[in-house]
Unconditional design. Structure first.
Lengths: 247, 263
């Protein structure tokens, strides 16, 4: 990790330096494209507060979605009929753009945090559901025969075989869902909110405060990346037996 | 955990004919495919029996039917009362990759005990099982740190941990190189003859003729699918055997002719 980390960091710094030089040299107006130094100057305590709000909403949504989707996957794998009945509904839900549903969520749940959490739940639920369902079915038939010859109950088979076997699948979905949850929270804030990064972006852009917009975007990206890396490091500790992640 | 009193063992190599498993007119079909077409056989207490036949002939299905993993379409399978536990060993080690060798060996006990936790005596027994397959030093190793042969030895220790009377082996060492396979076969023979376990009878599926004759008391030769019993060959050669010995070579030649369908 220490070997490859410096390369992307150096590359990123080079891009920022080029950006800075280009904007300064061409004298681009700040409201069109602010220089990185100007954007950096607009990071302040208030931005940190908005970021904390969005991050908390995303985290809550992600936690609810992951737990719910995993429980749902267990039910799906255990009861085939329920899977057959509900899976199309889940796909329909996934295919509907979250941006289209978000206004409805605000009507139902108001402009407070609950509509943002709901949007985060909706967007991060599906990847976990699909992968967990697949992972719970992934153990070879021979593994299940082994458990059968040992006289295992179905619950033991889930606990000692299917669930651990599912973990690599689960974690690769959690990594995707964790950054999606940030997207969900921000979309929820776009539609109707009084705080959060999405709110900040909408308000600042209408005032042509472009540096703040950029700072909020950077903060949102940082939130998503942080979630991704936290889950990634938990994954490496938990799924130690699998060197490559499953997709 | 409480173990039933140890049964008096028939001397290995001197099998008594009390049947442990009796298969009568067994037929097994999957959808339109008939895998087994009317097989009758018995496995005696203390016997080492090999099932030999062309690959895909249904001998693995027969083994799974004896284990109760496959339901008979017709006919029946009876197990003697003394045959309380049946161990099954697959071609793949099927170790749980998130468990150490020791914890893999403990799996049968955990499953049998349900919710309760394994205790120190179970751990000691698991270590003894690993000692039997010469892997005591690797108790804390994870499967991905072990070679294929070592993994299969852990799987053997796991099968023994369930304390079976009868062990069913489905080409257990077929995926391994010849040298490892010979070593493991020798180990299996030693475990079968030893009195350290309750294990007294073995049924092994193989498609190696020399392996079948080097190991078993009886070799049951099967036809291509649907499997029929072609011949029941008793191998009356004292152990240890080597395929090169004239006695063994003669039986190998005979069985090879049977397998090819030209007796």
């Amino acid at each position: 990790m220490t070997r490859w980390l410096p390369v992307p960091v150096l590359f990123g710094l080079a891009v920022l330096a080029g950006w800075q030089l280009a904007v300064t040299a061409a004298d681009v107006p700040e409201y069109l494209l602010p220089a990185p130094s100007v954007i950096a100057a607009s990071f302040d305590r208030s931005l940190g507060y908005q970021l904390a709000i969005t991050f908390a909403e995303a985290l809550a949504g992600f936690a609810i979605a992951s737990a719910g989707a995993f429980a749902c996957a267990i039910v799906f794998v255990r009861f085939k009929t329920i899977e057959d009945g509900l899976f199309p509904v889940a796909i329909a839900l996934k295919t509907t753009p979250i941006v289209a549903i978000a206004p409805l969520l605000v009507i139902w749940l108001g402009t407070g945090w609950s509509s943002k959490i709901a949007a985060a739940v909706l967007i991060s639920f599906f990847p976990v559901l699909v992968n967990a369902t697949r992972g719970l079915k992934a153990a070879d038939a021979e593994y299940r025969e082994l458990f059968q010859t040992l006289g295992s109950s179905r619950a033991q088979e889930f606990r000692k075989l299917r669930i651990p076997y599912c973990l690599p699948y689960l974690f690769s979905a959690l990594k995707i869902s964790s950054s999606l949850a940030v997207v969900g929270a921000i979309v929820g804030e776009f539609v109707g909110a009084t705080q959060g990064l999405g709110y900040l972006i909408i308000v600042s852009s209408s005032h042509l405060e472009t540096p703040t917009v950029f700072a909020a975007i950077a903060a949102a990206a940082a939130a998503g990346i942080t979630m991704f890396y936290i889950i990634g490091s938990i994954e490496r500790a938990v799924v130690f037996w699998q060197s490559e992640s499953v997709e | 955990m409480i173990r039933p009193a140890r049964l008096a063992l028939a001397q290995a190599g001197n099998p008594s004919r009390d049947p442990v498993v009796t298969v009568e007119d067994l037929e097994v079909s999957f959808a339109d495919v008939k895998a087994i077409g009317g097989v009758t056989l018995t496995v005696g207490r203390g016997e080492f029996v090999s099932l030999l036949g062309p690959s895909g002939c249904g001998k693995s299905t027969l083994l799974k039917a004896i284990a109760g993993l496959v339901q008979p379409t017709a006919g029946r399978i009876r197990k003697a009362d003394m045959c309380r536990r049946i161990g099954f060993m697959f071609q793949k080690p099927l170790l749980l990759p998130w468990r150490t060798a020791l914890d893999n060996v403990l799996l049968p006990v955990e499953i049998e005990m349900g919710g309760s936790v394994v205790d120190a005596s179970d751990r000691q027994r698991a270590i003894r099982m690993l000692e039997m397959v010469q892997l005591a030093d690797f108790a804390g190793a994870y499967p991905h740190q072990l070679s294929g042969g070592m993994q299969q030895r852990v799987a053997l220790a796991r099968s023994l941990m369930a304390d079976p009377d009868l062990l069913l082996l489905d080409e257990p060492f077929g995926a391994l190189d010849e040298m490892t396979r010979d070593a493991l076969n020798e180990e299996l023979l030693r475990l079968w003859q030893s009195k350290a376990t309750r294990l007294h009878s073995i049924v092994m599926v193989t498609h190696s003729i020399s392996e079948a004759i080097t190991l078993s008391d009886r070799v049951l030769v099967f036809s291509p699918r649907p499997a029929h019993l072609v011949e029941d060959v008793e191998v009356r050669i004292s152990r240890p055997r080597a395929p090169e010995d004239p006695d063994s070579a003669a039986v190998i030649k005979r069985v090879r002719a049977l397998v090819r369908g030209r007796p």
